[in-house]
Design a protein around this ligand. Structure first.
Ligand SMILES: Cc1cc2nc3c(=O)[nH]c(=O)nc-3n(C[C@H](O)[C@H](O)[C@H](O)COP(=O)(O)O)c2cc1C
Length: 189
């Protein structure tokens, strides 16, 4: 599998572990990971996991401040193979849906759409209001792939990591980087 450069944005929706597990998977597959964690992404990471931001940053190749609009990913000319926002808050989803690129995560996503690059969003909220649903429709029409943080159970998960990885594997398959361990439905015997 060829090495890819993947931008990962972790925002302040619940489920920071999805971003953590994706980064682990991307690194184990040999990819280059460029990371931005929003202020509220960092808060939820600390609140919900045993990891701190420094430990996560140590695992990636490049990290940017969410307000650094001079960073490479703020330009469509900067090469990225895919952009994944995981978890994606409703606020960040709204920014992307409306082209309101007020930080490096929404700007990188905006660039992905204009450059017709792969953009995967993993939104988490429940229940959804009509604004959330319409914003998911808008980004889908603009070319993004929406993979809700809604794990499957047919692979009989035993741990939270097993559950989370069912979403991580869906993300990996959409950025053309599936791994051998991915649970795959092969049909009933
Ligand atoms: C513990 C915690 C859990 C949250 N969970 C969610 C969530 O699941 N979905 C969501 O859209 N926002 C959630 N929020 C609210 C977002 O963090 C807030 O809207 C924030 O402004 C998002 O900014 P960001 O997208 O720049 O990270 C949560 C906030 C906290 C503190």
């Amino acid at each position: 599998m060829s090495k890819k450069r993947i931008f990962v944005g972790i925002t302040g929706a619940s489920g920071a572990i999805y971003g953590v597990r994706l980064i682990k998977a991307l690194k184990s597959l040999g990819h280059e990971v460029h990371l931005v964690i929003s202020k509220w992404g960092a808060e939820t990471l600390t609140y919900e996991t045993d990891l701190d931001v420094k430990a996560l940053i140590a695992k990636v190749d490049k990290v940017y401040d969410e307000n650094d609009q001079t960073a490479g990913p703020a330009s469509g000319s900067f090469h990225l193979d895919a952009i994944v926002i995981i978890p994606c808050s409703m606020k960040t989803l709204a920014g992307i849906a409306h082209g309101y690129a007020d930080n490096l995560i929404t700007r990188a996503a905006d660039c992905a759409l204009k450059e017709r690059r792969k953009l995967v969003l993993v939104p988490r909220e429940s229940p959804l209001n009509l604004i959330h649903i319409r914003n998911m429709e808008t980004v889908t029409q603009a070319g993004a792939i929406v993979i809700p943080a809604s794990p499957a159970f047919w692979h009989k998960p035993k741990t939270i990591e097993d559950l989370v990885d069912s979403i991580v594997d869906r993300v990996l398959s959409h950025i053309s980087s599936s791994r051998d361990s991915a649970a795959t439905w092969t049909g009933e015997d």
